[in-house]
Ligand binder design. Structure first.
Ligand code: DC
Length: 221
């Protein structure tokens, strides 16, 4: 039986979240929503508009004018901005450096959270982000919070980006601080989330554990 519920997968970067979320969606026959990609596409819109990153109103206006369209197919994750794919641009160093400032603006979050809820509504979806279990869809089951040691997270990111581990560790610490201390929807584990530490686990082991948890929800529910 196909999974009809909503899985919330939150946690910081470098925990294996994106790969795990995509694989989990495929295993469950569910859709997949990468909310980080939406904040990144919004950031591309802001950077293209040439807006001052200290000007929250101007950031909000630039994002309000942007048309962000995201695919929920786990085998073909893709995001479009104003009609054109921006899959490479959303992962650029420039976008990554600016995304915390853009995602901290309350009006930006309100807009994207609404769009996320519209996409989640039909169910049968694995949603990854920072605030899915706490704000976007608190009724999600299971609600997972992925963690890993700072060293493991920096190693994984450095491997993906072919970059220096020490520099990545500094950037991860900076984004953690910004994402955890922002006033609106900070990165935080929901009280009823199940914490899964991926430091010592391979991707498939994590996915197996989450399939089990989702299966338990299907049976119980
Ligand atoms: O998961 P990611 O690294 O692609 O996310 C990019 C940024 O977007 C990250 O710095 C935090 C922010 N983000 C957020 O604030 N809320 C979410 N639900 C998802 C991502």
């Amino acid at each position: 039986m196909a999974f009809t519920g909503v899985v919330a997968l939150d946690g910081p970067s470098g925990t294996g979240k994106s790969t795990v979320a995509r694989r989990l969606a495929e295993r469950l026959g569910a859709r997949y929503l990468d909310t980080g990609a939406m904040y990144r596409a919004a950031t591309v819109a802001v950077l293209r508009a040439g807006v001052d990153l200290a000007d929250a109103d101007a950031i909000a206006d630039a994002v309000a004018a942007a048309d962000i369209l995201i695919s929920t197919d786990p085998t073909r994750a893709s995001v479009r901005l104003d009609g054109a794919p921006v899959d490479a641009e959303i992962r650029s160093a420039g976008t990554t450096a600016a995304v915390s400032a853009v995602s901290a603006v309350p009006a930006v979050r309100a807009q994207l959270v609404q769009q996320q809820r519209d996409l989640i509504g039909a169910g049968g979806i694995v949603v990854e982000g920072r605030d899915i279990g706490s704000v976007v869809w608190p009724q999600a089951r299971p609600k997972i919070f992925l963690t890993a040691s700072p060293e493991a997270r920096a190693q994984r990111r450095a491997g993906e980006l072919h970059a220096d581990v020490a520099a990545i560790a500094v950037d991860i610490a900076r984004r953690d601080r910004l994402d955890s201390t922002r006033v609106t929807s900070p990165l935080a584990q929901a009280d009823d989330a199940i914490k899964v530490d991926t430091t010592e686990l391979g991707i498939e082991q994590v996915v197996d554990r989450l399939v089990e948890l989702a299966g338990a929800v299907v049976v119980d529910g």
